[in-house]
Structure formats: C-alpha cells, structure tokens
Write a protein that binds this ligand. Structure first.
Ligand SMILES: [Zn+2]
Length: 451
C-alpha cells in the first residue's frame, strides 16, 4: 500500500509548520489539511483531549450547504428508501433495482455506468483523477423472488424485508451524491458512488471483488454503507469459508443390501469427528454445521449425503487449519464406514469437499487516514462508535491492502434478514453527516468549480 499523504506529517511537523503548509494547500483542500494535519497519535487519546476537531471543516460554505441539504430533504430520502426497497433484489437478481439507482445517481449530475458484473458506478471526477475514493452500498437482499416487499408505514416506522439492510445504505448513497451535486462540491480525489451486487447469501462478494479488480491501482479508500445506526465502525474483516461435503455410493435396499457402505453413515462418522475438533478462543474461531440432507427413503441405503459447513476465524491460518481438519475428518469417516466389518464387495464410497464461498480477512491500520477521517466525523457530529470485526463488502479491499470501513447509514433498524425488518429514520441526519464528512475527509475538496 503506498503511503498516504498524511503520513508525511509527523506530530512534530504538525506543530511547527502547520501555518506554512496550510497557507499553500488550503486553497485547494481545506478539509484535507485539517484531517491530514491531525497527529496520528490523536486516534488513541480520549475524546476530550483530541486536537481541534473538524468543526472548521464545516466553515467551508460548500460543506455547510451539502449538510443542510440533508435536513431540508429528509422526507425525499425516506421516500427513495421506500421506493428502492419495494423493487425486489434477490441474490443474483439485482438488475431492476440497479436500474432505479442508476437513474437516481444520473439525476445528481454523475456519469453513471453498469459494469458487466451488474454494479452501478456513478463517477464524480476529482481534481486529481488518478486517485479514487469509493462510497458503496449493496443492492441485494437475502430474500427470494416472490417475497412481499411492500413497505408498510406506521407513523415514523417503515417495515419491509430489506428496508434497513440495505434500503438505508442505498438511500444514503443517493442522498450524499445529491447533496454534493447541490452544493457544487468538486473533490480532490475522484469519488465513485457505487451500488454493488452479490453481498448477501452465496453472492460471495462478487460485486466488490470486480470493483477492486478494476480500480485496484487507483483506489485509495472504500467506505461501505450497510444497514442503519451510527454506533459502530467495522475496520476488521472476518475471514470465512463456506464448504459443502458430498459423499456418494451405489445405494440399495435396506435389508437385502445391508453391509453396503452408507453415505449418511459415513457423513455422520466424519461429522462427529469434526465436531470434536478443538478451536482456539483467541483468535476466535468458529464452525457451524448448517444444513444436512441426502437419502431417498427410510428403507433405502442412500446414494448421497450432503453437509454445508460455515467456518470463520479472526486469523487466516486458523481458518486454513480448520478446513484441513474438515477434510481429514470426512476422509476418516468414509474410511471408517468402508472398514466396518461388512460386505465390502457391495461397492465403495466417493467423497469431496467443495468451496461454496470464501471471504478473505484483513484489518485497517489504526493510523490510517480513513479511520482518522471517521473519528473526526464522529467528533464533529457528537457520536461515539466502537470498532467491530465483521464480514462485509469491506473484506475485499481490506484483504487487498486498501483502506476500507463499513458503517451504518444512520437511523435505527431491526430484524435484519427477517420478514419483520423495520427502520425508523429518527437520527438519520447524523448518520448522513458522519458518512459525508468521512468521505470528504479522504477525498479532499477542490476549490476549482469548473467541472
Ligand atoms: Zn447488508
């Protein structure tokens, strides 16, 4: 990862040379300078001892205009969230919702395109087009086609599957794009407003993988808007793998073919071994036997047995060890079944373990420019947030060494991934301001309005 600009400012130079530096740079990047000149060590000091917070950021009339746009348009933002949520977006079927987001971004003055993976990408060119900052929200939901996604409104509360995850993120994405357009802000670094596919279910983060592949060399930071709230910032990517065990055999009759190796018996033997695998508490490592099926009837020797296993760890090495353990246990289970004192002439078993999905791990450096920008934004809006480890779209840039965070987009939500999902917009403004100030903190602002 190339050093970010702020790393050239040590705490000492910050104290001694800020006026000279600021005079030369402030014409182009008021916000940039304020954040860049915050000493790295400020991140670890308590809230009350921080150096000047970015209150002066909003001294920029343009930033004030962008922020005030939110408060004047809250009902429009609610309406967009409701409208987008009512367009179904099951995994691998995000196209219709993508088209609606594309139109909204285009109406905010952005040049918008759909990439071949299905991501919507709206570009706000910066004064320095060689560097990119991405603001992204995923389009897809966990809900299958046919789910009733009509939004019910009862006073402030909106209820519908996907209303919060990720109706909130998508509404914030289009609101922030529009606020920058209305305030005529040109960033220093180019900003990409992205609505991406494949975050949920077995999508395996394919949208974000394609984006990082395409923009890797220019991409300096990614801010992911996922769900509601302002209470957390995900800076650590939880590595996970999803695996399917498949054991097959000839199959036969329960009475006349007794002795024939049985795929379900082999799977059970292997699964019991695997369940007894010891995993460390630290780094936290987990497994889940999530789905099991196979066989055709109670009086048939099955010809097939399947098991889906999800494994997660704070550490990639532990994850690899656990995957190896699963393979060894399945192999041993099959061997045990084949070696049982029965008639081996009645056929043999085959087995394999397939990778259904893999999310790489990674971690944002504590002294990163992006985390400093988020902390400054938190300070500005009077928010406190805790650092979290989670599995999100941010896994992909983090694993590639690109600065990335995932945050909620404000308001309150609950019942994610259930039919009872709900969202209440009270407090949404704080989430929008926090995301906007963080975004401008890493993109910088240009005084050149000629775009
Ligand atoms: Zn989500």
């Amino acid at each position: 990862m190339p050093p970010s600009p702020r790393r050239s400012f040590t705490p000492r130079t910050w104290r001694c040379t800020l006026p000279g530096l600021a005079n030369s740079i402030v014409k182009h990047a008021l916000l940039w300078v304020i954040l860049a000149c915050m000493p790295v060590r400020s991140l670890s000091v308590p809230q009350g001892n921080r150096p000047s917070p970015p209150a002066s950021v909003v001294d920029s009339p343009d930033v004030r205009a962008a922020v005030s746009w939110f408060s004047r348009n809250l009902s429009w933002i609610n309406d967009q969230q409701s409208r987008l949520t009512e367009i179904p977006a099951p995994p691998f079927q995000e196209a219709q919702r993508a088209a609606a987001v594309k139109a909204l971004l285009a109406s905010s003055g952005l040049t918008v395109q759909l990439d071949k993976t299905g991501n919507v990408i709206g570009e706000l060119p910066g004064a320095n087009e060689k560097e990119i900052v991405m603001l992204a929200a995923h389009l897809d939901t966990v809900f299958p086609p046919g789910t009733d996604v009509k939004v019910r409104r009862e006073s402030e509360r909106m209820s519908a599957p996907g209303i919060s995850d990720n109706g909130t993120g998508l509404a914030a994405l289009v609101a922030i794009a529009r606020s920058l357009h209305e305030a005529k802000i040109t960033p220093l670094r180019t900003i990409l407003f992205v609505a991406d596919v494949g975050e949920e279910g077995e999508g395996n983060l394919r949208g974000m993988r394609a984006l990082v592949d395409t923009y890797r060399s220019k991409l300096k930071a990614a801010i992911i808007l996922d769900g509601s709230g302002t209470d957390h910032v995900t800076t650590k990517a939880l590595a996970s793998r999803r695996l399917e065990v498949l054991i097959t055999g000839p199959g036969g009759h329960s009475w006349s073919d007794f002795g024939m190796p049985n795929p379900i018996s082999a799977l059970v033997r292997g699964a019991v071994r695997f369940i007894n695998t010891r995993v460390p508490a630290s780094p936290r490592t987990t497994f889940n036997l999530g789905q099991i099926d196979g066989g055709t009837s109670i009086n048939s020797v099955p010809h097939e047995a399947r098991l889906k296993v999800d494994i997660r760890s704070e550490n990639e090495d532990e994850l690899a060890k656990l995957e190896s353990a699963l393979r060894e246990c399945v192999a041993a289970g099959v061997r045990d079944e084949m070696e049982a004192p029965r008639d081996r002439s009645k056929g043999k078993l085959d087995w394999r373990v397939e990778l259904l999905g893999s999310r790489p791990g990674g971690e944002l450096a504590a002294d990163s420019q992006l985390l400093a920008a988020l902390r400054a934004a938190d300070h500005f809006v009077g928010n406190q947030s805790r650092v979290e480890r989670s599995s999100t779209d941010a896994n992909i840039p983090l694993a590639a060494g690109i600065e990335a965070i995932s945050i909620g987009a404000g308001g309150t939500g609950g019942g994610a991934h259930s039919l009872q999902e709900w969202y209440e917009p009270a407090g949404r403004e704080m989430g929008l301001k926090r995301a906007l100030i963080t975004l401008l903190g890493v993109s910088g602002i240009s005084e050149d309005k000629s775009r």
